[in-house]
Design a protein around this ligand. Sequence first.
Ligand code: ZN
Length: 505
Amino acid sequence: MLRAIGCCVNSAEFHGVETGERAHARPRGALLRRTMRLMAEAADSRVLRADWVLPVCGPPIGNGAVRIEGGRIAAVGGADEVFRREDCVEDLGRVALLPGLVNAHAHLELSVYAGRLPPSSLWDWLPRLIELRREAEPARNEVDAASRAAWDCLSAGVTCIGDISRNGRVFAALDDVPIRQVRFLELISGAAEPPRDPDELGLALDAMGASADASRPSGRNWGVSPHSPYTVTARHLDAVVRLAVERRLPLTMHVAETMEEREWLEHRTGRLAEFVARHPALNVERMFKGDVLGLLERMSHVAAGSGVCVVRKAARESAEERPAGDDAIVTAGSRSRRTAAPMVFAHCNYVRDDEIAWLGARSWKRRSGRGISVVFCPRAHRFFGHRDHPWRRMLAAGVNVCLGSDSLASNESLSILDELRFLRRIAPECPAATLLEMATHNGAAALGLRDEIGAIRVGLAADLIAIPLLSDCGGDEFDPAAAILDGGEHVSHVYVGGVRRQITG
Ligand SMILES: [Zn+2]
């Protein structure tokens, strides 16, 4: 329901009137001009009221409201505090209004393989997937399915997706989908098609007009994804980390997904050794060798070193900022690390306590955080039959843990609400508010968008969703976050940048 307080504008009139240049060029009297002005304001400013507003960055608000101006959140609070006399109010009724969900790890281009591969270990699944992708002319099918899957994500309340593509072909098709995107272009060293090395990765990003500007109104952001430490050489990995820092792009990589990966990294033995032997393009001698902690430290050191270089270069260009000595360089390096590109490590299913502590000490959650996060994909984790994921120990250690779906080739849906409800069932002791934070704010931080989305906070983009509340939601003990996770209701409203996106089907 759309209603205006203090004026007679309703949604039907609003949608039926000319706006913009043409309307202003043909004024038809004072009343019409006033009506046009009110409607123009209504287009740019509206208030959503809901029985519950869940800001994530603060406690739930009963009978809450959110003012949206120019696509951003201008006010949030109790309805009585937020409403103004002239407001155009959309009363959403008995719903919980919360930030849009963030899927921080997906491969939309694999959506065409939905249901084609049975649950199995990663090492049984991966060769079958590679085989499927070699089938005749899959490219067009992959693009079409990716677009449909992105729409499904949006309908399920995912307003931002971190999507990895092997060759970037799907990205153009996703231009038409109004879901906020961080498009990670993947690198596999020596792959059959580009990008096969960091130079090709850089050129491909240039060709796609990739930039790191999170405020782009299109909501299209970019990132880089060296696939894994067993498919990207150590030298290429260093170069991609430097590229990410210098271009201020987020970086994501699959890390410690299996015990076999750990064994191979340290000893070059086990099942992954067999996999690598079947793919001669993978140059074993040039891959990183050591434990996962060593890998993480190496990437972190390269990133920090790149930061110093960036600051030194900037300082040369500006005499005032030139470092006066070693101390100044260290200071400059520290400063640059704070602005370094975020790194989000996918899975980390098999990590030791000291590695968790290392991740926690460098997390967004820490004051001195260097923007490191872990993305956990709960139902894909089950699909591959992994042992219990240490996400609760990670949270306790201060790691910024967010949620992803991985692809439809290893999951039933790309819905983060489905992931949340699955986690709620297997970890009922975890507060629902913590789960929601993982699915919103933590995901936004992981993708380098924590100043843009992920909470209902003044100044952030109005990426919002509403989920109906069926149970009695008035008692003192009522927990709206628990109610939406324990219930089974579908998302009823989706807004991206303040624009309502119609839910169909
Ligand atoms: Zn993945």
